[in-house]
Design a binder for this molecule. Structure first.
Ligand code: NI
Length: 220
């Protein structure tokens, strides 16, 4: 294939700034929509003992592969609290910050955090093989488990968690190769209970201390 003239930009390619702006606005809109449809907390106002509508719709069964290339399902995590984040290893900035946030929250929780399994679920199964995931998560919390799978399995688990994402063109001024892509995705963290039920979510990495305090209220 011939290389395109570097000075010539196709008119439909958004500048990186515009693309980031659009992604940010999209993220805010999706976040706002989520706040409207989801109760922020399962133990919020409502009839005691009754799960508020919408809340129970988050989560569900999955069949994925760990960073050690072991096939697992949601059943393998039964009895554990789960702190879940979706992303991809090629993510330039958002995902690394998200994983550092998870790490900080677990540090804040101290020994209480031992009841929680942190999970990083890839939404980029094409590039995130178990080996790629393993290499990537080594930079983060020592108990972090990376999960990937077939494109179908990943799409299923993302749908179960109302985790919206989509491929986006890479427009970084020339360092990318043909076929490279980014993935726009929600920046959201889920706390799931030992029985797999949704407990809480956190939209963006704010204060690890505050988040740890909220999580602690759910730990029994
Ligand atoms: Ni990301």
């Amino acid at each position: 294939m011939t290389q395109p003239n570097q000075n010539e930009k196709p008119p439909f390619v958004l500048s990186r700034t515009v693309a980031i702006g659009v992604a940010a606005i999209l993220g805010l809109l999706i976040g706002a929509a989520l706040w409207l449809v989801m109760a922020p907390d399962r133990t919020g106002p409502g009839v005691p003992g009754q799960v508020q509508s919408g809340v129970a719709d988050i989560g569900g069964p999955f069949s994925l592969i760990t960073h050690d290339d072991v096939a697992v399902t949601d059943k393998d995590f039964e009895g554990r609290y789960k702190f879940i984040y979706f992303g991809y290893t090629f993510c330039p900035d958002v995902c690394p910050l998200g994983l550092l946030f998870m790490q900080d929250v677990l540090t804040q929780l101290g020994a209480d955090g031992d009841a929680i399994t942190p999970l990083f679920i890839s939404i980029d199964p094409e590039r995130d093989s178990p080996a790629v995931l393993k290499d990537y998560i080594a930079s983060f919390h020592p108990r972090l488990i990376g999960l990937t799978g077939t494109p179908e399995a990943v799409a299923d688990v993302a749908a179960a968690y109302k985790m919206y994402y989509g491929k986006a063109p890479v427009a970084d001024g020339g360092t990318s190769k043909a076929g490279d892509y980014g993935i726009d995705h929600m920046n959201i963290f889920y706390l799931m209970g030992p029985d797999g039920a949704y407990l809480a979510h956190f939209i963006s990495p704010t204060s690890p201390k505050e988040t740890a305090a909220r999580i602690r209220k759910h730990l029994k």
